[in-house]
Design a protein around this ligand. Structure first.
Ligand code: NAP
Length: 304
């Protein structure tokens, strides 16, 4: 039997692994995609302490991965389909395997939300994108739209000015949600055109994005914006479908934990973006992961 199975190898999962293995636990760490989580898609990270000039998201996560592997953790490419959490022996179902474990640490992160409007699904990869770092360079010299008013939308709109001729930032209110520093930078950037109190209602184009239909929420008027790219940053949905509602969540579906990262089920911990919390950052994911790894070790010690 395993001591702990960690689900997800983003900053929370890698840190949980580092702490659990250093506490002497037998650890398995599963990741269904590339290790590093959403952070690998962030061009430049300026608010993770220890890197005064900032660091590329990919590099930071590569360093965390190497550190976990150096301590003896193997990151296994597995998609977890379900868990069973009743009793002292928990089960993790990953493809053809069913693993018995004393504890589970859920670090499955979150996925960008979709707008759910006409044209979005059909045009993903043909101009509709959820990742400026991945797709920004395709829009050199063109006009693009960014939807949202949070940190992601504003940070990625600034990043897109490296390539695009013009970036239209479309927000449903007349005030941004993003942190002040990012707002100030965006307001100074001449290539960014702010379109307030508006939402996209339709993405136009057949083979590729040709434009956006926008609705002004104040006067209900519809307008047309000719853009080749639509970058959607309207928040996050927690990756929890495999939990089958066995753990308590908040109204948005994020897992509720106590300060020890313990979920509503003893021996099951959650850390990082999947957890209900006020600030989703790499630094807070790392903090959660450290506590979760430590708490799993303490739980096992108390069981014995
Ligand atoms: P977020 O903070 O939840 O912001 C989502 C934005 O999208 C809000 O402005 C919201 O408008 C808007 N929105 C939501 N649903 C919409 C819809 N259906 N149609 C149009 N607009 C919609 O999400 P996020 O920006 O992805 O950030 C997620 C978390 O990651 C946050 O905790 C953030 O601080 C963190 N993050 C931090 C950094 C950084 O530190 N540099 C970078 C990226 C992300 P309202 O404002 O009206 O609600």
């Amino acid at each position: 039997m395993e001591d702990t199975v960690i689900i997800g190898a983003g900053p929370a999962g890698l840190t949980a692994g580092i702490y659990a293995v250093r506490a002497g636990l037998k650890v398995r760490l599963f990741e269904k995609a590339i290790p590093g989580g959403q952070a690998i898609n962030t061009d430049w990270i300026e608010n993770y302490p220890g890197f005064p000039e900032g660091i590329a998201g990919f590099e930071l996560m590569d360093r965390m991965r190497k550190q976990a592997e150096f301590l003896g953790i193997t990151i296994e490419n597995k998609d977890v389909k379900g868990i069973e959490v009743k009793g002292d022996v928990k089960k993790v179902k990953a493809e053809k395997e069913e693993i018995e474990t004393k504890t589970i640490i859920i670090c499955s992160g979150s996925t960008p939300k979709k707008l759910g409007i006409e044209g979005e699904e059909e045009l993903i990869g043909k101009g509709v994108s959820f990742c400026a770092t991945c797709d920004g360079p395709f829009f050199r010299g063109q006009e693009v739209a960014v939807i949202g008013g949070g940190d992601s939308a504003v940070q990625e709109a600034i990043y897109l000015t490296k390539f695009a001729k013009k970036v239209h930032l479309i927000h449903r209110r007349d005030k941004l949600r993003a942190t002040k520093l990012l707002q100030e930078r965006a307001f100074k950037q001449e290539k960014i055109n702010f379109i307030w109190n508006s939402v996209p209602v339709k993405i136009l184009g057949k083979e590729a994005v040709e434009g956006l239909e926008l609705k002004n929420l104040k006067d209900e008027t519809i307008s047309y914006l000719p853009v080749k790219g639509v970058f959607v940053f309207i928040g996050l949905t927690p990756n929890t479908s495999f939990l089958n509602k066995q753990l308590k969540t908040d109204e948005s579906g994020f897992i509720i934990t106590d300060s020890e990262m313990q979920t509503s089920v003893k021996g099951v911990f959650a850390a990082g973006d999947v957890r209900s919390k006020p600030l989703r950052q790499i630094s807070t994911a790392v903090g959660d992961g450290a506590i979760a790894g430590f708490s799993a070790a303490r739980y096992i010690e108390e069981m014995q």
